[in-house]
Design a protein around this ligand. Structure first.
Ligand code: G1P
Length: 224
């Protein structure tokens, strides 16, 4: 992922207090929206790091090592919007982490002719919707795909992934792929794939973005 300087500072500003904006909307009908924004800000401390070169998702994650240290952590790819009633996808996965204590990827079934857009897993079913990963391929053609179970942009990763990433060479598209590092982790230990509860929208495509916008409007805003 690569941001222009303007986009990157817009993201940093988004997670900061905007005194001018707050001043301008105070006393107007939009003042009620302030509480929900402050609520997000009060929930944590936001720090950011820039990936200076476009070297793939694995490299982007490795760039974040200095902020993470030696703890399990979550990765959310913001172009995958996941919605559901009840706990969000990452919360579902955090619950599963307590049981397995290893890296977890969220998956969903995709049509065979779409496997080339995703990382695809092959594995052994442990119970309904939970697989022990044996194989992972980044963006395979249908004939090379180990299944139709595609990784979507939610991961819980254990920190040993950083050393693996440091030793992972470029893969698909000449980029350092988290899928390849996870394949190494699966071979040496354990990686779980989890068919999450919820619906996912591919906001990285125009139709997916429009579909997500309409869905959010119809289900969350229409009667408010
Ligand atoms: C990335 C990952 C891929 C995953 C996908 C989910 O690909 O490399 O394994 O299936 O996100 O959206 P990208 O969409 O960045 O090409």
């Amino acid at each position: 992922m690569r941001w222009s300087p303007v986009a990157a500072s817009a993201i940093a500003d988004h997670f900061d207090i905007s005194y001018e904006l707050e001043h301008q909307i105070s006393g107007t009908g939009k003042e009620a929206a302030l509480a929900s924004i402050r609520n997000v800000l009060d929930k944590g401390i936001f720090t950011m790091v820039r990936q200076r070169e476009m070297k793939g998702l694995g490299h982007a994650i490795l760039t974040g090592e200095a902020l993470i240290g030696h703890e399990p952590f979550g990765v959310l790819l913001s172009d995958d919007l996941c919605l559901n009633e009840g706990p969000g996808v990452l919360a579902q996965m955090a619950e599963l982490y307590k049981q397995f204590r290893c890296s977890i990827v969220a998956i969903q079934e995709v049509p065979a002719d779409e496997t080339h857009k995703y990382g695809v897993i092959g594995g052994k079913s442990l119970k309904e919707g939970i697989y022990s990963v044996e194989e992972m391929v980044e963006k395979p053609q249908p004939q090379d795909a180990p299944s139709n179970l595609a990784i979507i942009g939610r991961y819980i990763l254990t920190p040993d992934i950083f050393d693996i990433l440091r030793n992972t060479g470029p893969g698909a598209n000449g980029e350092i792929q988290i899928t390849d590092a996870l394949q190494t982790q699966a071979r040496n230990g354990c990686v779980i794939a989890y068919k999450f509860k919820g619906r996912r929208f591919d906001c990285g495509s125009v139709p997916g973005f429009v579909e997500a916008t309409n869905f959010v409007y119809e289900n969350y805003y229409q009667n408010s």
